[in-house]
Ligand binder design. Structure first.
Ligand code: SAH
Length: 212
């Protein structure tokens, strides 16, 4: 299913009413068709504001949360961004519209190769998708202007804090259980880090090591 003009307006209206107000984020989400990233059984629900299963026990995030996290990152066009948790690739595709370069990493090889095939079909050449344990970040490409983690950890992984440029921003869900998590924004200052709590969220856990 692809969206007609009315469907598109409804999708954007729902995003706005849930707090996605940044014009650049909304146009990126208008341009990147979420249905391409939702396969099989659930594809006809791609424009509903809910997370959906994508295989390997993982989910594509709810569109309004994708919008809110992207907005919270305050990306500028020259930024180099790291995303931990490629999943379907949808969030990375949105980031690719706003940033100069996006590195995205997932512990499941299959998710990375499926996402890469979609990036290729959309000619999103500024995304590099890699299989690996994102808890360690991506040493070779550091420092990053922005880091987005789309799986929940108890605390921000310290390698990610270290790979953030001074003045850089990281957005991630943190929490000690599957049910109670907060989305936080970390800003790296010259002298340390500033932490800001944004809202309650619910994400799959950040898991160490590679998937099957
Ligand atoms: N951003 C995705 C949704 C991510 S779901 C989208 O737009 O569809 C969370 C993802 O984080 C899952 O795919 C999971 O495999 C991945 N993940 C969990 N722990 C990880 C780790 N240590 N390193 C890399 N990816 C991880």
């Amino acid at each position: 299913m692809t969206l007609d003009a009315t469907g598109k307006m409804q999708f954007l209206y729902a995003l706005r009413s849930r707090g996605v107000t940044d014009g650049r984020v909304l146009s990126a989400m208008e341009k990147i068709d979420r249905a391409l990233f939702v396969k099989g059984l659930f594809s006809d629900r791609a424009y509903e504001d809910m997370p959906l299963p994508i295989g390997s026990g993982q989910t594509i995030s709810q569109p309004s949360i994708v919008g809110i996290m992207t907005q919270a990152l305050q990306i500028s066009p020259r930024d180099k961004v790291l995303e931990v948790g490629t999943g379907s690739g949808y969030q990375a595709a949105i980031l690719s519209q706003l940033a100069r370069r996006v590195y995205t990493i997932d512990r499941y090889r299959r998710l990375v190769s499926d996402a890469q095939a979609i990036f290729d079909s959309l000619d999103l050449t500024n995304i590099t998708a890699l299989t690996g344990d994102g808890c360690f970040g991506l040493i070779k490409q550091q420092p990053f202007d922005r880091i987005l983690v789309t799986a929940a950890a108890e605390d921000p992984p310290s390698p990610l804090l270290e790979q953030l440029r001074i003045g850089g921003i990281m957005v991630l869900p943190v929490g000690q259980s599957d049910t109670v998590q907060s989305l936080i924004r970390v800003t790296r200052l010259e002298t340390g880090f500033d932490y800001e709590e944004l809202r309650p969220v619910r994400f799959v856990p950040l898991v160490e090591g590679l998937g099957d």
